[in-house]
Design a binder for this molecule. Structure first.
Ligand code: ADP
Length: 318
């Protein structure tokens, strides 16, 4: 089974001609839906076939009730710490060119406590894989990783968002980290003093990327997601996780991408779902499955709503 620890937000989206300037009032087409990296990743893991539990914090309000309803509809267990803060929210403006401006109200997500996570010790230590991101307090994420690690559970850290507070202490607690290009560049700058432009990451040769990954983590595997280019994987020599190569690329799926929001979340959820369901498979197979799943998530509008439904066993048939 998979346990995801992380955030839930109610997303409020306004699609406008152009983004509002300070002082301006404009009209836009409104829609609302679930969001938060943790929730999106739990939906993806569940739809990719894993027995999934999601640990989060919710307010006593309509947003919290929505989270519970949606989890029940999708078929995963949502275990929430009751918070006196409001449920997390995001206000998102998207212009005609697809650019966005976002304000997050972390609310209950910022109050997800170490105590609550430690109370879920049996769930965490009984899992095959534990997946966390950085939209929750660092100490809470650290506790979840430490509890899982102690029990020999595979730990995956999605180092998102890029501007999250210091994560250096978390990196060594993760078996696998999954930055995108922006997050990879931010981690390199912050933790090992390597100045790399996020736009240049995909163009670097394999040996250089591998060397940068090795500077960042000791024994851990690094999976850098490269958007429409695909994925780069780097293992420590002594931990190839069933692969034959210490580093390699996987090309992206050929899809008609219409909305890449949540592609990273799709990738992370599918990766852990595969790790949990076919744990003895070579790591490259998990990556190929996740890459396929994430590619297909871009063919529909939205994040959680756009997650496809297929499992590693389905993918194998093709
Ligand atoms: P994020 O959403 O965190 O920015 P990426 O943009 O790197 O993450 O996307 C995550 C993964 O989703 C990629 O590694 C790839 O597997 C898949 N993906 C994203 N965009 C596309 C695309 N245009 N075509 C095919 N696959 C894509």
């Amino acid at each position: 089974s998979v346990v995801v620890v992380g955030s839930f937000n109610v997303d409020h989206v306004w699609r406008c001609e152009s983004l509002p300037a300070p002082g301006a009032t404009i009209a836009g087409r409104y829609s609302t839906g679930p969001g938060g990296k943790g929730f999106n990743q739990a939906v993806a893991a569940c739809r990719a076939g894993a027995d999934t539990s999601f640990l989060c914090a919710l307010g006593d309000d309509a947003g919290g009730a929505t989270a519970r309803d949606l989890a029940a509809q999708d078929g995963f267990a949502l275990i929430a710490e009751a918070s006196s803060e409001p449920t997390g929210t995001a206000g998102i403006y998207v212009d005609a060119r697809g650019r966005n401006t976002i304000v997050i109200g972390p609310g209950a997500n910022a109050a997800l406590s170490t105590d609550f996570v430690q109370q879920q010790q049996a769930l965490l230590t009984g899992a095959k894989v534990v997946l966390v991101q950085l939209e929750s307090p660092v100490q809470t994420i650290e506790a979840a990783l430490a509890v899982a690690r102690e029990a020999g559970v595979t730990t995956v850290l999605n180092t998102a968002p890029a501007d999250a507070p210091s994560t250096i202490g978390l990196l060594k607690l993760a078996d696998v980290i999954t930055p995108n290009e922006t997050e990879f560049a931010a981690l390199l700058g912050r933790h090992v003093g390597e100045r790399v432009d996020a736009n240049d990451v995909a163009a670097l040769d394999g040996a250089s990327l591998h060397a940068l990954c090795r500077k960042l983590v000791g024994n851990g595997t690094v999976v850098v997601t490269l958007g429409s280019v695909g994925v780069f994987v780097s293992h420590a020599d002594e931990h190839l996780r069933g692969d034959t190569q210490p580093y390699y690329r996987v090309g992206a799926e050929q899809v008609q991408a219409i909305d890449t929001t949540g592609a990273g979340d799709a990738f992370n959820g599918a990766l852990v779902a595969s790790l949990a369901q076919v744990p003895d498979a070579p790591f490259a197979r998990h990556v190929r499955f996740a890459n396929q799943f994430a590619g297909r998530s871009t063919e529909k509008e939205g994040a959680a709503a756009a997650m496809p439904r297929f499992t590693p066993a389905d993918a194998e048939v093709k």
